[in-house]
Design a protein around this ligand. Sequence first.
Ligand code: PSV
Ligand code: MN
Length: 388
Amino acid sequence: MPDIAAVKTALAAQRIETPSWGYGNSGTRFKVFAQPGVPRDPYEKLDDAAEVHAYTGVAPRVALHIPWDRVDDYAALAAYAKDRGLELGAINSNTFQDDAYKLGSVCHPDPAVRRRAVDHLLDCVDIMDATGSTDLKLWFADGTNYPGQDDVVARQERLAACLAEVYGRLGEGQRMLLEYKLFEPSFYTTDVPDWGTAYAHCLALGPKARVVVDTGHHAPGTNIEFIVALLLRERRLGGFDFNSRFYADDDLMAGAADPFQLFRIMYEVVRGGGLAPEAGVAFMLDQCHNIEAKVPAVIRSVMNVQEATAKALLVDRAALAAAQREEDVLAAHAVLMDAFATDVRPLLGELREEQGLDPDPVAAYLRSGRQERIAAERAVGAQAGWGA
Ligand code: PSV
Ligand code: MN
C-alpha cells in the first residue's frame, strides 16, 4: 500500500498555476456576462490569485496573457506578485486578436505579418526577462478554412522558421512550450493541430522546446493519458492547460466534466515521474468562468486537480505490477479503480489542517466576506476581460 506520509508530501509539493484570464470576464461568442467584483487590471488579478493560493497553499504561480496583462513595468508587477507570496508563471503569447492575423500569424503567407508575430513573441521573451518567468507558452490560431486556401506544407516551413528565431532568443533556464489544438478558430486545417505536429517542431528546435497538453484540445474520445505517457517518456511534456470539456474547447472547470479522465492523466504523470520538479511539468489551468463566481471556481478547480493527483498517488503500484505480471486483467484494473473510488477529501482536509489551512477552501473563502468586499471596492471602472 502507498505510504500516506509520502502521498501527503507529494501533494504538498505540487504546484498548480492559475491563469490571469480566469479572473476576468469571459463568455462565448454570444455574450460575455459581467460579474461584480471582477478585477480591473493585472494587479487586481494577482490579488485574486493570492486568495486562491492563501486558501489552497498550492497555487503560488500565475500565468499572464500578453497583451491582456500589458503593464508599463513588468518588474514592478513581478515585485507586486512577490509581496503577495506569488510568482509570475508562463507568459502566454497572443497572435490571434489583431486584424493583421486574419489569415494567420507565424504561418501567414505575407512575411511582414510573420515579422509582426515574431516580434510579439520576442517581446514576450523580454517580458520573461523582466518577470523571471521561465516559460513562453505558444498557441497559434493559424490555419485555413477552405481546401486550397493556402499551401499547408509551406505554412509548416514558415512556422518552423519563426519558431527557430524565437527559440534562438531564449535565455538560460527559459523554455518554449508549444500548445496544439485540433480546430477553432480555423475549421479546415490547423497548423499545430495535434501532439505529433507539436512534438516534431519541438524535436527540431531543441531541448528547451516542449509540448503543452490542453485537455480541451482533442477530438472526442482521444486517449489523452496515452499522449501524456508518451510525451513524458520522451521528456517533452512541458505542462498542461487543464480544463473540462463536454463538446469542444469548453474551458470549464478542470475535473468537472470527467474526473475519471483527470485521474487517468494524473496516474500517467505519477507513473512517469512527472510530479518531480526536475521533470519540468507545469500544471496550469486554462479556464474561463463565464457563469460561476470566479475566485471560488478557481479554488474548486485547484482542489479538483489535487483530488485527481491524490487518487493517482494512492494507486497501489506494487499490487498493480504484480497483477500485470500475472496477466490478471481484472485484478490490474481493480487496483486502478480502487484508487479512483477512494474518497480523498478527508486526506486533503487533514493535509490542509496540518498546513494551517481550512480543510474546506471554498467554504472558507465564501465565509470570509471578501467576495462582497471586492464587489463594492471594484464597483467603478472598466472590468478586465478578453482583450484587456
Ligand atoms: C486556445 O484555445 C487556448 O487554449 C490557449 O492556451 C490560449 O492562450 C488560451 O486558450 C486563451 O484563453
Ligand atoms: Mn490552452
